[in-house]
Design a protein around this ligand. Structure first.
Ligand code: ATP
Ligand code: SF4
Length: 332
């Protein structure tokens, strides 16, 4: 077994009265043991849907096909009782908003006990206090705070508590969905530092979901760039940052604000994400792509293997070396 996680041709459709929304469209990726993957893309591109699929906690109107192998077992086909035994213990998740994820009327201590008891119902209270205290201490919160309620913490501390709850049973895989969205820039960096330390210290793989390509650069080993339900580029972090191949990745990188640049004008990707109910024919990025060709308007590009990466773009048809075909540096 070389990978902890392997998604193969994963499709998730939300069935609604007004039509079906293809939130995840034929996505494949793999994650090795102790590796961290950053799933990056604009709001609405299907990142959270992938995160929820990894714990099998999608809403009831979701229809899933394809495979998600966790330690070689296909979670898509796994019975509910087996999934329940993995959730929280083997695979855990940190959600976007700690205020809605933590129970506001329960002391932090009892929220830890609930999580632990779900898998170890007979554990003594003294043992649970010991485990909870240790994990809180490891992320920089004094164990005496176990007696507090969520409202007694600042936003950054609440998110630390969420992280502590997610790792209290030492999961092998941690899924973090926009863990810093509601925080200010300074606290965002502190939380990223906590996650980075966890990655270095723990025997854990991580999937980090974010819209901020700049924020995750220092933490992740691999990056998957999502656009309108598709994974358009996938590879190791350095090669994607140093030499992005897909036009969307290139534009995302030039859109990262950089206060050191002489030209302080903010760059952005023109246009909007297409409707996932009726996406454009051909490549879904073609209405916004500066390099769109005739074929892009007619046929959805397959995923090509280029320079050890996977790129879903017609520009790389027949290309193994991926000699740079585009220059988006001046666009924005
Ligand atoms: P964000 O960063 O804003 O959370 P995202 O990239 O994580 O966005 P998803 O939340 O996975 O994207 O949503 C993908 C698409 O699926 C969006 O168009 C969204 O509106 C739609 N969607 C999500 N949940 C449902 C649902 N339960 N029913 C119908 N459509 C849904
Ligand atoms: Fe642009 Fe065509 Fe590549 Fe799509 S397939 S990203 S439209 S060049």
């Amino acid at each position: 077994m070389s990978n902890i996680l392997e998604a193969k041709d994963l499709n998730v459709e939300y069935l609604t009265r007004d039509g079906n929304i293809k939130a995840v469209d034929g996505v494949s990726f793999s994650l090795g043991f102790h590796e961290t993957l950053g799933l990056v893309g604009e709001s609405g591109c299907g990142k959270s849907t992938i995160g929820l699929s990894l714990l099998k906690i999608l809403p009831i109107n979701a229809k899933v096909s394809g495979n998600i192998f966790y330690k070689d077992k296909d979670m898509v086909k796994m019975p509910d009782n087996e999934i329940r035994s993995l959730r929280g213990k083997e695979i855990s998740m940190i959600f976007q908003d700690p205020m809605t994820s933590l129970d506001p009327i329960m002391r932090i201590k009892n929220q830890f006990f609930e999580t632990i008891r779900a898998h170890f119902p007979k554990m003594e209270e003294s043992e649970m206090v010991k485990i909870s205290s240790n994990v809180l201490k490891s992320i920089g919160i004094d164990p005496s705070r176990l007696e507090n309620y969520p409202f007694e913490f600042s936003g950054g501390m609440r998110q630390r508590v969420m992280i502590a709850l997610a790792i209290v049973l030492n999961p092998s895989l941690l899924v973090a969905d926009e863990p810093t969205t509601s925080l200010d820039v300074v606290v965002q960096l502190q939380i990223m530092e906590v996650l980075k330390e966890l990655k270095d210290q723990k025997d854990m793989s991580m999937v980090l979901i974010t819209h901020d390509l700049g924020l995750v650069a220092e933490i992740v080993d691999k990056v998957g760039i999502m656009y309108a339900g598709n994974l358009v580029e996938f590879g190791d972090v350095d090669s994607i940052y140093d030499d992005p191949l897909h036009p969307y990745t290139q534009l995302l990188l030039v859109s990262i604000p950089n206060v050191k640049l002489e030209d302080m004008k903010l760059k952005y990707i023109k246009g909007n994400l297409p409707s996932l109910k009726s996406p454009p024919q051909g490549c879904k990025f073609h209405p916004r792509c500066p390099f769109a060709m005739d074929i892009c308007l007619k046929a959805d590009p397959p995923t090509f293997a280029v320079k050890g990466r996977k790129v879903k773009c017609w520009l790389y048809k027949g290309e193994k070396d991926g000699s740079r075909k585009t220059d988006t540096a001046s666009i924005g």
